[in-house]
Ligand binder design. Structure first.
Ligand code: ATP
Ligand code: MG
Length: 440
């Protein structure tokens, strides 16, 4: 693993960038969105510099389809705004321009400098933010996180401009920071999650230095506001590489920083069940992303926290009936979780629904099954039942029944209700413990 790699530049450069001419790289304008091309050409025509930058350049060079296109320019935001009627200024601290073409939004940012000397920066939301001043292309390159994210495609001559070792690292499949890894991670600990996200998505090797630092610096994530972590968690799990991402988060000892209760169940891991349930939920999410279907964070949170919730439920069911115990267990587990990674209320409501529907799904008599089919969360709850069965919970027969029930016409459904599997009571219902007599 300890390959010699040339050092990535780490100061205000002054070093001439490597220019890769059009014929020596694989980016073709045919793969750039129409919107992005319009923005680039119009900026150029108005006399400004204009480059594609970041993920889009990286992905195009790798032969992947970019998720979106970001443009960097020496035009200031107000100047950009006047060039595009279909645009608006966003952001307070750094002002950006969003140019809209139908569904597509092209983000245009003015070159920024970040590393002004002697400026220690101020801590905002757990990351260090320095005064942002507009800068030059090379300054803009050096403030970016990874070398492979700091490549620029120049619309003037279609060359790629590399101020670090981006091209080389891209060819080797190596993820590393521009400059000193520890400094960059301390500046913004969320970059640890970005390491994982890109390593999973690109299948890149993580630089040895980062590998060493991550478990040690993981605790810095505790200072990141839960709302920001929620945004990052969505990016981690909703872009089609959820299962690899999960494995890598655990490998780098970061999963417990996000989902501590879930990690402690996984660490106990007696029969492999919690891991399997989570793995199936992640696969299910990846598959939906691939098929272009909507994904909902509630489903994943329900899976991550299912075991912790059941543990709490077991403890509480000494005094409460099944439903009450689940409600209280859900309160407990969700309250602890949102202190770490926020979960907007509409999603935590869904997590509860997915869980409580697991109880209702066991009742397959009378009108209940038909009514349940119309429940807005039926589909998610049924999918959840399927992954529980696949993970080895004793609900396979029930899951098959629901599959058949949905596929049947009404008369066949009526017949099925009689042949429904009897709900097996897992525990004898105990008489409630008599309350202790109040002290007199
Ligand atoms: P994706 O394809 O997943 O969107 P991306 O590389 O475009 O990947 P973004 O989060 O959209 O990632 O960020 C765009 C660019 O902005 C990055 O490529 C990087 O150059 C820069 N960037 C984003 N976040 C940070 C950060 N926390 N620190 C430094 N640079 C960053
Ligand atoms: Mg992007």
């Amino acid at each position: 693993m300890n390959q010699e790699t040339p050092k990535a530049v780490d100061g205000a450069s002054g070093v001439a960038p490597r220019i890769i001419p059009r014929e020596a790289h694989s980016i073709s304008r045919g793969n750039i969105s129409e919107g992005a091309l319009k923005v680039l050409y119009r900026l150029k025509k108005a006399g400004y510099e204009a480059f594609l930058v970041g993920g889009s350049v990286r992905d195009l060079l790798l032969g992947r389809e970019p998720k979106d296109f970001d443009v960097a320019t020496d035009a200031e935001p107000e100047e950009v705004k006047t060039l595009f009627r279909n645009s608006r200024l966003i952001g307070r601290r750094f002002r950006l321009v969003h140019v809209r073409f139908g569904q597509e939004i092209v983000e245009v940012a003015t070159f920024r400098a970040h590393h002004s000397q002697g400026d220690e920066g101020e801590c905002v939301d757990g990351r260090i933010v320095r005064d942002n001043v507009y800068g030059t292309l090379d300054e803009d390159a050096l403030r970016r996180d990874f070398t492979v994210n700091a490549l620029y495609y120049n619309i003037r001559d279609f060359s790629v401009v590399d101020h670090t070792t981006g091209m080389e690292d891209l060819e080797r499949g190596l993820l590393r920071f521009i400059g000193d890894a520890e400094t960059r991670l301390r500046e913004d600990p969320v970059r640890m999650l970005r390491v994982v996200r890109f390593a999973a998505k690109l299948g890149f090797r993580v630089d040895d230095e980062i590998e060493r630092l991550m478990p040690r610096l993981g605790e810095l994530l505790v200072d990141i506001p839960p709302a920001r972590l929620f945004d990052e968690v969505l990016k981690l799990f909703h872009y089609g590489y959820a299962l690899e991402t999960f494995e890598l988060l655990r490998h780098h000892d970061l999963y417990r920083r996000l989902f501590p209760a879930s990690e402690s169940m996984l660490a106990e891991e007696q029969e492999g069940f919690p891991r399997l349930l989570i793995a199936h939920a992640l696969e299910n999410t990846d598959q939906r992303v691939q098929e272009g279907k909507a994904v909902n964070p509630a489903f994943l949170f329900a899976a991550f926290l299912w075991e912790p919730m059941r543990e709490a439920m077991k403890r509480l069911s000494h005094d409460l009936d099944e439903q009450e115990a689940m409600q209280e267990a859900a309160d407990e587990v969700l309250a602890a979780q949102v202190g770490r990674v926020a979960l907007p209320r509409r999603f935590s409501v869904m997590v509860r629904e997915i869980w409580t529907l697991q109880l209702r799904l066991t009742r397959t008599t009378g009108k209940r099954p038909t009514l349940l089919l119309g429940h807005p969360r039926f589909r998610a709850a049924y999918d959840f039942l399927l992954i529980r069965a696949r993970a080895g919970e004793p609900v396979a027969e029930l899951a098959e029944w629901w599959t058949a029930f949905q596929e049947s016409d009404p008369s066949a459904q009526a017949a099925m209700i009689d042949s429904a599997p009897k709900k097996k009571r897992r525990r004898r219902r105990r008489p409630r413990r008599p309350r202790e007599a109040p002290a007199t």
